[in-house]
Design a protein around this ligand. Structure first.
Ligand SMILES: [Ca+2]
Ligand SMILES: [Ca+2]
Length: 347
């Protein structure tokens, strides 16, 4: 007789307990990401009483963030990802040069910085460079981990395996924003700058330049996975002398149609330029004018603005028929017709 009553009471208690737990979870303060502050620019894991050991270095900070512990008490302890993503920042600007070379290992004890938990590293506003000094690559992003780098210059990475500057393992993600990867090298693997193996690679406003490999992808090698690149980094603080010529040269060689558009446009704006290519008619008209101190194109019947034709040097047009053929044909080829003939095979 009492059993149903007890069961109902127990059920009510259970419902109340579940409701309380749900409310507590909803209003409990969210876990906060840890900000680990790098205090110095040298590379060390030394502990007191060693000299200069009681400070937080980049290598200590990365290891704490990966361990989710205060393995190195000079730095803040890391928290567990991916709900909480630790962030490393720099209290001073400048270059951190690797000093801990040694056998290949994946514990961050020497060589590359092994990232085994989600992590964001934000460079100092006045610049942060991580120089591997050819001891190893700079970052090793382990499987399934997301590493986000912001405003950092990675340089002088060197590895005999894949990924000279950064290696991104399967299922991992590398986000680069305002990052430069330069002067890194692989001796026997793909990706002199970056190697992404079945990973996700997102690059925004960054530069990958001056990296080398004897294999595939001197700058970036992507083996499966996904990759995206948005925008090119504009040389604001440190302009690259190579960026401007490269950008100006590439469109002219991109396609046949692009060449036609590029060369035909000036002819429409400056009709006297046609007279500068000496047709039979122009030469005949020019001879009396030369003795009078003028030039041939000034007397061409097709030149409504003689002074402009004198000052302007006609740009060579690849769409224009050769001068010899035009002079032998009173009815000259038009730019439009020549462009169609050139562009037809590409469409
Ligand atoms: Ca962590
Ligand atoms: Ca490693």
């Amino acid at each position: 007789m009492n059993l149903p009553a007890l069961s109902l009471r127990a059920a009510a208690r259970l419902v109340a307990a579940v409701t309380f737990a749900a409310c507590f979870a909803a209003f409990a303060p969210a876990a906060r990401a840890v900000e680990i502050q790098v205090e110095v620019l040298f590379d060390s894991l030394a502990q007191p009483p060693a000299d200069l050991a009681n400070v937080c270095t980049l290598r200590k900070a990365v290891n704490n963030a990966s361990d989710n512990l205060a393995t190195y008490p000079q730095c803040q302890a890391g928290e567990d990802g991916p709900v909480v993503v630790d962030t490393i920042v720099f209290n001073v600007p400048g270059t951190i040069t690797f000093a801990l070379g040694g056998p290949t290992e994946d514990g961050g004890e020497s060589g590359d910085l092994d990232v085994t938990d989600d992590l964001t590293i934000i460079g100092h506003p006045e610049g942060t460079t991580i120089n591997a000094a050819d001891l190893d690559r700079v970052f090793h992003v382990h499987p399934g981990v997301t590493l986000t780098l912001v405003n950092i210059h990675i340089t002088n990475g060197n590895q005999n395996a894949y990924g000279g500057g950064v290696r991104v393992e399967a299922g991992a993600t590398l986000n680069l924003n305002g990052v430069t990867v330069s002067s890194s090298h692989t001796g026997a693997g793909d990706g002199g700058g970056i190697y992404a193996d079945g990973a996700t690679l997102n690059i925004t406003n960054s530069t990958v330049s001056g990296n080398t490999t004897p294999n595939h992808g001197a700058g970036i090698a992507v083996n499966g996975g996904t990759s995206s690149a948005a925008s090119a980094r504009r040389p604001t603080t440190r302009p690259s002398p190579h960026s401007r010529p490269t950008r100006s040269a590439s469109p002219a060689r991109s396609s046949t149609s692009a060449r036609c558009r590029t060369t035909a446009a000036p002819r429409r704006r400056t009709p006297p330029a046609r007279a500068a290519s000496p047709s039979t008619r122009d030469i005949r008209a020019a001879r009396p004018q030369t003795s009078a101190g003028s030039t041939g194109p000034a007397t061409s019947p097709r030149s409504p603005t003689p002074r402009a034709a004198t000052a302007a040097t006609p740009a060579p047009s690849r769409c224009r028929a050769p001068a010899a053929s035009r002079s032998s044909r009173p009815s000259p080829w038009t730019t439009t017709r020549t462009c169609r003939r050139t562009a037809a095979p590409t469409s």
